[in-house]
Structures are given as structure tokens and as C-alpha cells.
Ligand binder design. Structure first.
Ligand code: UDP
Length: 235
């Protein structure tokens, strides 16, 4: 079984019907899913995006805010989500630690890989905030980086879809889901599981990326136990 995994949630996933902000019921649902992993002896790292709060590219679109500043704003958004996730996990009785790529020691530990691994070994969930700590990157790249650093056996990208399709399943009834696909295939324009930087990093480090539906209860645990029927694997 996969003993240590990293799960990436997009910021938008937390927004619920509102489309922005944080829906605590969704947080609670995610925390319950994570709890089932911890109870099964799995060491869990989490990365959450910030798209429900701010995206650098969008915030910088008209030029009033510089891209680099907008990206730092985006990274701070992921920390807001990380604090919320930490609370939701503790509310469920789990032990959790938020570590950030940008120091803000009153709110979170700075990212230190050895410390993160120690927390994981003790059964604590570690949430990695502020992405990579650098502008022009995404939290998908941050997730790939952290997954590699902590020696996770897979990166699960928790999404709203069941996996990767050859064409948009919302538009085409004959769209076919891939069970597995290569990193090179995942880089193709119409597929784009993650941004190129994230996929290239995963490829270099032979880190499998599992694209799965987070709304399918129990799916994360099933995948980690080896049931890949409801996901796609990039490897
Ligand atoms: N961001 C960044 N560097 C990183 C990670 C994130 O600059 O290493 C910024 C970037 O502006 C991005 C925002 O944080 O748009 C929110 O992250 P992302 O868009 O990846 O969130 P998601 O789409 O997963 O919600």
C-alpha cells in the first residue's frame, strides 16, 4: 500500500456554490476523507490552491497590480485556505500542522522538510501553504515539489471529474476516460492535467499523478489501497 501520499485540492473546491470564499461544509467533508486515510495508517500531506481567493494572472490582468505582487497575494490566499484546513482537521480530532514556504511564524511553521517528515511519521497531517514561495509558479507545481521532497509515493489531484478524458466529457458523449497516460501525453494542449512545469517535475522524479474525483466518498482511500477504477494515472 502507498504509505505516504500528497493530496492536492484546488482553492475553488473550497468555494462551494458561492464560487468564492470558503464553504465550511466542504472543508468538513474533506477533513472526513482525510481522517479515513489517517485512520488507515496513511501519512498525508496536503496542498491547497488559492483560486477561491485570488489568482495572480487574473489580479494582474489590467496592469494596475504587478504580476509578481499579484502572485504573492495568491500565495497568501493559499495560507488562508491552509489555516482553514488545519482547523477543520483539528475539529475532526486529527493532529495537523501548517507549514509555509514564506515565513509567517505567528501563524504557521516555516517549511522544513525534515520537520514535515517527522510530523508525518507521528501521524500528523502536514499542510503545505504558500505554494513554492515564488511568483510565476502554481500550487500544482508546489504540490509536485513537496510530494517529491517528502518522498510521497503518489500525488493525488483531487478534482471535480473522474479522471482525464480524450475530449471534454461535458461536451462529447463519446469521450473516453484514460486509465493511465504518459507524462508526455499529459502535456498535450487539449489534456493539460496540470501545468507543464508541474508535469515536467513529476516526470523527472517519476512521481505518479492520480487525477480523481474528490466528491466520490471513499475514493481517496480506495485509490491508495490500489483500486484505480475511478481515476486516471499519469505515470
Ligand atoms: N502562486 C504563486 N506561486 C506558487 C503557488 C501559487 O505565485 O508557487 C500564486 C499564483 O498567483 C496562483 C495563486 O497563487 O494563481 C493561487 O494558486 P493556484 O492558482 O495554483 O490555485 P488553484 O488553481 O489550485 O486554486
Amino acid at each position: 500500500m502507498n504509505k505516504r501520499v500528497l493530496v492536492k485540492f484546488s482553492g475553488e473546491a473550497l468555494a462551494g456554490a458561492e464560487g468564492y470564499g470558503i464553504d465550511t461544509q466542504i472543508l468538513d467533508y474533506i477533513a472526513e476523507e482525510i481522517k479515513s486515510l489517517v485512520e488507515n495508517g496513511i501519512e498525508v500531506g496536503i496542498v491547497i490552491g488559492g483560486g477561491n481567493i485570488i489568482r495572480g494572472v487574473t489580479a494582474a490582468a489590467d496592469g494596475v497590480i504587478k504580476r509578481t505582487s499579484a502572485d504573492y497575494m495568491g500565495m497568501l490566499g493559499t495560507v488562508i485556505n491552509g489555516i482553514a484546513m488545519q482547523e477543520a482537521l483539528e475539529y475532526k480530532g486529527l493532529s495537523a500542522r501548517l507549514q509555509t514556504a514564506i515565513k509567517m511564524e505567528q501563524i504557521a511553521e516555516p517549511f522544513i522538510v525534515r520537520k514535515a517528515v517527522r510530523h508525518l511519521e507521528k501521524g500528523r497531517v502536514v499542510i503545505f501553504g504558500a505554494g513554492t514561495g515564488n511568483p510565476y509558479f502554481t500550487t500544482d507545481t508546489g504540490a509536485t515539489l513537496r510530494a517529491t521532497e517528502i518522498g510521497a509515493s503518489m500525488l493525488i489531484k483531487a478534482t471535480k471529474v473522474d479522471g482525464v478524458y480524450d475530449k471534454d466529457p461535458m461536451k462529447y458523449t463519446d469521450a473516453v476516460k484514460y486509465d493511465t497516460l504518459s507524462y508526455d501525453k499529459a502535456l498535450e494542449d487539449h489534456i493539460k492535467v496540470m501545468d507543464d512545469t508541474a508535469i515536467a517535475l513529476a516526470k523527472d522524479n517519476k512521481l505518479p499523478i492520480v487525477v480523481a474525483n474528490m466528491n466520490e466518498k471513499g475514493n481517496l482511500l480506495a485509490i491508495i489501497k490500489g483500486d484505480y477504477s475511478k481515476c486516471s494515472i499519469v505515470k
